[in-house]
Design a protein around this ligand. Sequence first.
Ligand SMILES: CC(C)(COP(=O)(O)OP(=O)(O)OC[C@H]1O[C@@H](n2cnc3c(N)ncnc32)[C@H](O)[C@@H]1OP(=O)(O)O)[C@@H](O)C(=O)NCCC(=O)NCCS
Length: 105
Amino acid sequence: MGLRSVDLESAVAELTYWLLPEARGAGLAARAVRLMTTWCFEAAGFQRLFLKHSTANIASCRVATTAGYAPEGTIRAAMSHVDGLHDGHLHARLPTDEGNDDGSA
Ligand SMILES: CC(C)(COP(=O)(O)OP(=O)(O)OC[C@H]1O[C@@H](n2cnc3c(N)ncnc32)[C@H](O)[C@@H]1OP(=O)(O)O)[C@@H](O)C(=O)NCCC(=O)NCCS
């Protein structure tokens, strides 16, 4: 898990996540994103968290939505991969979003 593009003035940050191949397929990333999100909102005081993934990365899209990050649209030619620039999806979550207080999102 990582935080980047941290803007302390606006209390906004970007989440990133990776799993080693042998750890994939068990839903661990969504669980980790939820835990990190709770810490970011409740302990660190962030007001907006966002994440981006290539539109080709279906697993990452699923992780984002499962962890309560609503889709906010497509960002064009936004991320560099070995085969060139990919379009991305932007997702975000706010402390006021539904489901933040019961662990369900
Ligand atoms: C993205 C990543 C963190 C997800 O890891 P994970 O927690 O093991 O995710 P899972 O394999 O459990 O997949 C999550 C969900 O996507 C679904 N999924 C995965 N690949 C899929 C595919 N090709 N088509 C449809 N659904 C797919 C899974 O079935 C699962 O569904 P569920 O929520 O209903 O259980 C991991 O694949 C990874 O580290 N990838 C490389 C780095 C990366 O892409 N990071 C994100 C950059 S934005």
